[in-house]
Design a protein around this ligand. Sequence first.
Ligand code: TMP
Length: 213
Amino acid sequence: MSLFITFEGVEGCGKSTQAKALEQKFRRQGIPVILAHEPGGTPLGMEIRHILKKSRLNPPFAITELLLFAASRAQLVTGVIRPNLKQGKVVICDRFADSTLAYQGYGRGINLNTIAPINSLATKGLKPDLTILLDLPAESSLSRLGDKRRDRFEQEGLDFHQRVRDSYLKLAAQEPNRWLVIEATLPKQKIGKIIWEKVSQLLSAKGVALKHA
Ligand code: TMP
């Protein structure tokens, strides 16, 4: 049994917390699981992540940024995601190709027809079985960041974050069978419960019997 689950959403939506909580639930069930994140998840990917998030003095052009995200993804898919899925594990990924459509496409304004073949190349056509969107209004996203030192993406203005948020909802509406949209303002435990209900359905469709939590 293999299952590929991704988390998406604007900054501060709580996806990393929920991704970790989901990983723990799989572990408690005795189901082999790995948790990866993008950009990063491999030694080379972590170097690319640093360049992407920190290079304020020498920022990449939008197209360079797109290719750097794709390079990090190609390394992660080929080196980590595909081999683990092949071994029958559950793979959870904190962000994946939909982030590129949302941020570089709708956020930066790169044509989606330019992004699509680059995403396919990097993922070798791999699509998540389930994508969980923790939906949060852009204003709340920025205010949740508070006073912390912001990276290049977190420094973008309200307009940028609004385009990203709206685009996620658009992407989810286009493929309702793949996406699960949850309001990120709900209590953490409630969000975890909604996610586990959906995941349990997917597991039982694959014939996996769950222990009671
Ligand atoms: P995070 O790991 O803290 O969420 O930071 C990753 C940042 O990179 C976040 O602001 C979203 C952005 N990003 C893109 O712009 N495009 C992408 O394809 C991915 C994976 C992330």
